[in-house]
Design a protein around this ligand. Structure first.
Ligand code: B4P
Length: 190
């Protein structure tokens, strides 16, 4: 299966995507994780990405798109859960192009819905106690929410119109949300 997991920062994308990828036997591909690995290794990509990530901004599309194109061309990406991509209209178009080039198509898009912004902010403030992430300060967290509202929230209807969207209530314990996701994915697998 090829799935996208979407939702605002703190909705639980990365948290849920690991188990979800195992469930569908696919690669977990998180653009945030790939950027962070490059930052910690000090690669040129990491040096470039860090400038944007630390400020809560999106890394430029040309950088992100090239990275995802390379990753999806790898042998273990025949099935995947793509976590944190696409986040802009340009990335939606690029993902369409990449998949067309691979002769592949998406099976579903899971949107983790958490409308209460304070819940999202509090989750990430809690994560900040242990994450060591430079973008987990309250000011940057709030800015990331604004960027999501301005740039990414409007992408969800594109996938709804394509009949691919599955809305999942992201409020509740991590296990409760995982069970909701599992029942949607089981229905997709038929
Ligand atoms: P990401 O790594 O994707 O960061 P995120 O939006 O905070 O989501 P994450 O997956 O980490 O957190 P989650 O909601 O699971 O992106 C970081 C940065 O990378 C971006 O700001 C940007 O700069 C750059 N970037 C990434 N992709 C990009 C792209 N496509 N284009 C351009 N730039 C890009 O979890 C958050 C916390 O909530 C965790 O502590 C978790 O334990 C907790 N939690 C989860 N579910 C919970 C629940 N049900 N109840 C209580 N707590 C819960």
């Amino acid at each position: 299966m090829r799935l996208l997991i979407m939702g605002p920062p703190g909705a639980g994308k990365g948290t849920q995507a690991v188990d979800l990828a195992a469930r569908v036997g696919g690669a977990h591909i998180s653009t945030g994780d790939i950027f962070r690995a490059n930052v910690s290794q000090g690669t040129p990509l990491g040096v470039e990405a860090k400038k944007y990530m630390d400020a809560g901004q999106y890394v430029p599309d040309e950088v992100t798109n090239a990275m995802v194109r390379d990753r999806l061309a790898q042998d273990d990406a025949k099935a995947f859960v793509l976590d944190g991509y696409p986040r802009t209209a340009d990335q939606v178009s690029e993902l369409d192009n990449i998949l067309e080039g691979l002769g592949a198509k998406l099976d579903g898009v899971l949107e983790l819905m958490v409308a209460d912004r304070e819940e999202l902010v509090q989750r990430m403030i809690k994560r900040a106690e242990t994450s060591g992430r430079a973008d987990d300060t309250e000011e940057v967290i709030r800015h990331r929410q604004d960027v999501y509202d301005q740039e990414t929230a409007a992408l969800v209807p594109i996938y709804r119109e394509r009949g691919l969207l599955h809305e999942i209530d992201g409020i509740g314990s991590i296990d409760e949300v995982a069970q909701r996701i599992a029942s949607v994915v089981d229905s997709l697998q038929g």
